[in-house]
Design a protein around this ligand. Structure first.
Ligand SMILES: Cc1cc2nc3c(=O)[nH]c(=O)nc-3n(C[C@H](O)[C@H](O)[C@H](O)COP(=O)(O)O)c2cc1C
Length: 179
């Protein structure tokens, strides 16, 4: 799939088929994360792949989107290593979190290109997840990505357009700040 098609077609997957993900597809998706660019090429990401039912069940009890976690054949817990990328972008933004967000979006787009669906979950309790998986201090959980083959979805009933993004004119200015 063409990259721009993947960007356009990428949308959160809310329902997964039970089918397992072939290893080659999972590897391809993880590689897309691994190949992301990062500040000073620090690559501060770690991808914890969760496939065992018992672990998914426990993880599902620690987040608000538990059903998604349970129903996906694979969940990637994406971690950021704080010590490996300790700078501040513009003196404000923590670089390791920025880097890992880039890697996550690579994973999301690669999943789309591989015919898979995923859902970036950010609503969770880091401490509980870290305790369960034995994640030490210095590593932060940045996102949970349940991933699998998407079930066709009925059209949205929440009244929003399928892709209700702001228009280009609303988010773009030329030469001077103009909002
Ligand atoms: C960084 C990030 C974190 C997100 N975390 C959550 C989340 O915790 N729960 C959730 O329901 N959706 C989450 N989403 C999905 C967004 O809410 C969703 O992409 C947005 O509402 C637009 O919907 P659309 O992609 O279907 O157009 C997250 C998206 C991003 C980029």
């Amino acid at each position: 799939m063409d990259l721009l098609d993947a960007i356009q077609q990428s949308k959160p997957c809310r329902l997964f088929k039970a089918a397992q993900i072939p290893d080659a597809k999972l590897t391809s998706v993880l590689n897309a994360g691994r190949l992301a660019p990062s500040i000073d090429d620090k690559q501060p990401w770690r991808f914890l792949v969760v496939r065992e039912e018992g672990n998914k069940l426990k993880l599902s009890q620690l987040v608000s989107k538990g059903t998604l976690i349970r129903s996906a054949p694979v969940v990637i817990v994406v971690l950021a290593s704080e010590g490996e990328s300790p700078s501040l972008v513009g003196g404000v933004v923590m670089s390791h979190l920025l880097d890992v967000a880039v890697a996550i979006e690579n994973i999301v787009l690669a999943a789309t290109a591989e015919g898979l669906g995923t859902f970036w979950i950010s609503d969770f309790n880091t401490d509980k997840i870290s305790r369960f998986f034995g994640i030490p201090d210095g590593f932060q959980v940045v996102g949970l990505l349940p991933i699998g083959f998407p079930m066709p979805e009925a059209p949205s009933t929440n009244g929003k357009a399928p892709n209700g993004r702001k228009s280009l004119a609303e988010v773009t200015a030329y030469e001077r700040f103009n909002w």
